[in-house]
Unconditional design. Structure first.
Length: 268
């Protein structure tokens, strides 16, 4: 077997969210991984083939287009199918924020998902780790991908509670969290009027599309401020704002302090 991966040692072990390892495993039948006392959370997407994931004493079969998330709460092992070994893209995540994110998105205790719509999102991990960007930029991008995946997995858990139209709007906002989506653009997704989309989204999620976008952007910005050395301008641009001053005012309105103050507080 071989792996195309990149490691990111954390200089500060107390960082709230950190991607310690990311890449692709091209497994053969001998591939096995065992963590009796895991210190990292593992998020993996099966591109091809099959394998098995064992959490405590329960064995689960995984195959193409399945996603599994392994927390630090249980010992786990995973290994490839002997005849059809899997190829998988992975993120290893450390930091106290990871379990909190999982809990906030309602995914605690949920380990297995089937969602081929996330294939392209996981494939972005390959592009990011192969880029010539500085390491802090790569780290920030991988964190953003992790948060996007978790958000979309959470949305998938809500299918039984929300209409298809509402879920399509929410998914579109999640996918495009790094730019500004206008009401007119959002309306084209379900071929409805702006007013209809606004009322539908607000009724089903208890928040307007604009407010939802802002919350997602603030979540991403907070992670970048706490875990990267990107400038305020660079972070503002990453979440869709060219004007750092405007972004700073939005952040203060939402969080009570300005981005620079938030960074200082989180990186003490």
């Amino acid at each position: 077997m071989h792996e195309d991966m990149r490691a990111f040692p954390a200089e500060d072990k107390s960082r709230n969210l950190h991607i310690s390892l990311a890449g692709t495993s091209y497994c053969d039948k001998t591939y096995r991984m065992y963590r009796p006392h895991p210190i990292v959370c593992v998020l993996e997407y099966v591109l091809e083939g099959e394998g098995y994931v064992e959490i405590d004493t329960t064995v689960h079969h995984v195959e193409k287009d399945m996603i599994y998330f392994l927390s630090t709460d249980f010992e786990h092992r995973y290994y490839a199918h002997e005849e059809r070994p899997f190829t998988k893209i992975f993120l290893n995540i450390t930091g106290s924020l990871c379990p909190r994110v999982i809990a906030e998105y309602g995914l605690t205790g949920k380990h297995f998902f089937r969602d081929n719509s996330l294939r392209e999102v996981f494939l972005r991990i390959q592009d990011v780790i192969r880029s010539e960007d500085e390491e802090n930029v790569i780290q920030a991008k991988l964190q953003g991908i992790f948060l996007e995946i978790i958000s979309r997995l959470s949305s998938g858990q809500e299918n039984i509670r929300h209409s298809e139209e509402a879920l399509r709007l929410k998914e579109y906002l999640d996918v495009n969290a790094t730019r500004i989506v206008s009401g007119a653009e959002l309306a084209t997704i379900i071929f409805r009027s702006n007013d209809y989309c606004l009322k539908l989204f607000t009724r089903e999620f208890g928040i307007t599309p604009y407010q939802y976008q802002l919350e997602r952007k603030i979540d991403i910005a907070q992670s970048m401020l706490a875990n990267s050395r990107l400038s305020i301008q660079e972070i503002a641009e990453t979440v869709g704002y060219n004007d750092a001053h405007y972004f700073s005012n939005l952040f203060k309105h939402k969080c009570g302090i300005r981005p620079r103050e938030y960074r200082k507080k989180m990186q003490k």
